[in-house]
Design a protein around this ligand. Structure first.
Ligand code: ADP
Ligand code: MG
Length: 248
C-alpha cells in the first residue's frame, strides 16, 4: 500500500445553521505526520470544522477526505473514530474518583470491558503501553492519585493520555490550554511536540504564545474560511489577520 499524499483534505466544506454559514467553502490540507495549529476569532468556525471531521456536523457542500480515500462526510462518529481520528473536547471528562492509572486503563480497554478490566487489572503488555503514555503526558509520578485531585492542567494531560490510549493517527484538540497556567501551557506545547513524533495533530487554540511555542504551520480561520496560512510570524504580519483577530 502506498502512503497517502494527504492525511486530511477538506475540500470546499460549507455548513449552514438556519442560513448562516458557519463554514463557507473551507478548504484545508493536512500532510501525514503534520501538526497544524488553527487560530481565529470567536465564531470563526473552528469547532464546527472539528465537528465535520468527526461526523458530528454534516456539511451542505464539500468533501472531507481522510487518507485520500475515505469521505468523512459520509461516515458516522464511530466509523470515523475507527479510522484513527480521536478528539479531545475542551472540558475534561475524566473519571474523578478513579486513579490516573485506572482512567488510562479504562480508555485502553474501551467501553465494553470497563468493569472487567478494573477487576482484573492490566496485563503485562497493557502496563507497558500505559507506562509509555504516563511518561509522555508527564503523569508517571501521579499514577496512583485520584484524577479528581489533579490540577486543571494535569486533568487535560490525563485526557490527552486517554486519547493516546485509543491509538489515533490524527488527534484533534480544541483549545487544550484554556484555563492553564503559563507553566502548564509551556509544558503542553512540549507534550504536543512529543506526541507529534508519531501522531498527526490538529490543534485549535487562542493562546498565541502557545501556538508560537509549537513552531508549526498556522491556519487562520475567519468567517468560516481560511484567511491566511503559514508560520506564526508570517500570519501575524498579515494586515488582514491583525485587523480581524490579533489587533482586537
Ligand atoms: P469557533 O469555534 O471558531 O468559536 P464555532 O464553530 O463554534 O466557532 O461557531 C461558528 C459559528 O456557527 C458561530 O457563529 C456559532 O454561533 C455558529 N454555530 C455553531 N454551532 C451552531 C449550532 N449547532 N447551531 C447554530 N449555530 C451554530
Ligand atoms: Mg470553538
Amino acid at each position: 500500500m502506498s502512503a497517502p499524499a494527504t492525511l486530511l483534505y477538506l475540500d470546499g466544506i460549507t455548513v449552514s445553521f438556519d442560513g448562516f454559514r458557519a463554514l463557507n467553502a473551507l478548504s484545508l490540507i493536512i500532510e501525514p505526520g503534520e501538526m497544524r495549529a488553527v487560530i481565529g476569532p470567536n465564531g470563526a468556525g473552528k469547532t464546527t470544522m472539528m465537528d465535520v471531521i468527526t461526523g458530528r456536523a454534516r456539511p451542505d457542500f464539500g468533501r472531507a477526505l481522510f487518507r485520500d480515500s475515505h469521505d468523512l462526510t459520509r461516515l458516522d462518529e464511530p466509523a470515523i473514530a475507527a479510522l484513527g481520528i480521536g478528539r479531545k473536547f475542551q472540558k475534561p471528562t475524566v473519571f474523578e474518583t478513579h486513579t490516573v492509572f485506572d482512567n488510562l486503563l479504562l480508555a485502553l480497554a474501551g467501553d465494553r470491558r470497563v468493569r472487567a478490566s478494573l477487576r482484573g487489572g492490566a496485563s503485562a503488555s497493557e502496563r507497558e503501553r500505559l507506562a509509555a503514555i504516563l511518561d509522555t503526558v508527564h503523569l508517571a509520578e501521579h499514577r496512583h492519585r485520584r484524577a479528581g485531585a489533579l490540577s486543571h492542567g494535569q486533568k487535560q494531560w490525563l485526557e490527552i493520555g486517554m486519547l493516546l490510549a485509543q491509538e489515533p493517527d490524527l488527534l484533534l484538540l480544541d483549545e487544550p490550554v484554556a484555563g492553564m497556567t503559563d507553566a502548564e501551557t509551556e509544558e503542553t506545547a512540549d507534550l504536543l511536540r512529543r506526541i507529534n513524533r508519531d501522531h498527526s495533530v490538529l490543534v485549535v487554540e487562542h493562546d498565541i504564545a502557545f501556538v508560537r511555542a509549537l513552531g508549526v504551520k498556522v491556519t487562520v480561520l475567519h468567517e468560516g474560511a481560511v484567511l491566511a496560512e503559514g508560520s506564526i510570524d508570517h500570519v501575524s504580519a498579515d494586515p488582514r489577520v491583525v485587523e480581524v483577530y490579533l489587533g482586537r
